[in-house]
Design a binder for this molecule. Structure first.
Ligand code: PEP
Ligand code: MG
Length: 328
């Protein structure tokens, strides 16, 4: 099977009825970028910039950040790289970043993290924005913000980047040829305000790891809960379906970058919901591409939508049965 996946490396991720799926990989360190060539993925759909911070004993200065981002884009060549701004705080604490008042958080996943922290400690975000803007000189910069809970947070984060861009213009520095701004949807409340949010965005990326944890109120790292709630539950699939429909109506590209998309059956369900971009762990690219190339997207979509209207007792079993009879 391994040989079969290797052979498929250069084949496009396209269904039997001609629907092209963008298959991207999640990455975080310089060495992860090699996965692009090994897997034949279409790009990096989630670059977790906090990894550089987590593996450093001291705060990585702007120049070091910039060097990493430039190396990653150089290695990716024509393939897009979506950089996510820092998702630190909470359980990804940095020893060298101190809270003002030695605050102890009882629920760090729901705490002072990601964009919440970045907007308050905006020196961090400004340095990162400068590093990304300068590293992407002459190319398209894709940037997205984690844990957006309300549309204004996206506005402020984007404005911070635009302010830095202006600063570089005034100093006649070379700029990215274009910038695409996106938000991550991992906080359920954001789904209720998509009519306000989507017109602001160039793309949306659904983080199903955090989204599932918040939808089910179940800690994603809890050993007793991690496997308890199924990604193929009716609640999750209906929720994702709503988001996919809203993005389709607003013509905003939407992808999934949580671990869900790396499992073949889950990936099939996502394609059935109309998701056309998956960013997954590199080891999953081969199996997911094989699934896609044996799939017909149109009948799958009809089947999944029917299941969501009157759900079978087990969505998972029904999807397995679908895959078997359709020889996926
Ligand atoms: C997610 O929450 O689904 C996600 C992709 O981000 P992370 O796993 O880094 O929190
Ligand atoms: Mg997340």
């Amino acid at each position: 099977r391994r040989a079969k996946f290797a052979e498929m490396r250069d084949a496009p991720a396209i269904t039997k009825d001609g629907v092209r799926i963008e298959l991207m990989v999640n990455a975080g360190l310089r060495d992860d970028v090699g996965a692009l060539d090994v897997t034949g993925a279409d790009g990096i759909g989630l670059f977790r910039t906090e990894f550089q911070f987590l593996v450093s004993a001291t705060m990585p200065q702007r120049e070091r950040q910039q060097r990493l981002y430039r190396d990653v884009m150089d290695a990716a060549g024509d393939r897009p790289v979506i950089f996510r701004t820092l998702d630190i705080g909470g359980d990804k604490a940095l020893p060298y970043l101190h809270h003002d008042d030695d605050m102890v958080e009882e629920n760090p996943a729901m705490g002072w993290r990601a964009v919440r922290l970045s907007l308050e400690r905006d020196g961090l975000m400004k340095a990162q924005a400068r590093a990304l803007l300068e590293a992407a000189a002459g190319r398209t910069l894709h940037v997205m913000f984690p844990m957006i809970s309300e549309p204004w947070e996206f506005d402020v984060a984007r404005a911070l980047f635009e302010h830095q861009r202006q600063w570089l213009i005034e100093r006649r520095k070379m700029l990215p040829s274009s910038i695409r701004y996106g938000a991550m949807l991992e906080v359920p409340a954001l789904a209720e305000v998509l009519d306000i949010l989507l017109p602001k965005l160039d793309f949306l990326s659904i983080g199903t790891n955090d989204l599932t944890q918040f939808l089910f109120a179940a800690d994603r790292a809890h050993p007793k809960l991690a496997e308890r709630y199924d990604w193929l539950s009716v609640a999750i699939l209906r929720f994702l379906n709503r988001i996919a429909r809203a993005c389709e109506a607003a013509a905003v590209p939407v992808g999934v970058c949580g671990e869900m998309g790396g499992r073949t059956l889950e990936a099939m369900a996502l394609i059935g919901l109309g998701i056309r971009r998956l960013s997954i762990t590199p080891a999953s690219v081969g199996p997911v591409k094989a699934m896609i190339r044996s799939l017909e997207a149109v009948p799958l979509s009809t089947a999944v939508q029917t299941m969501l209207v009157s759900p079978p007792e087990s969505m998972r079993k029904a999807l397995i049965a679908y895959a078997q009879q359709a020889s996926v």
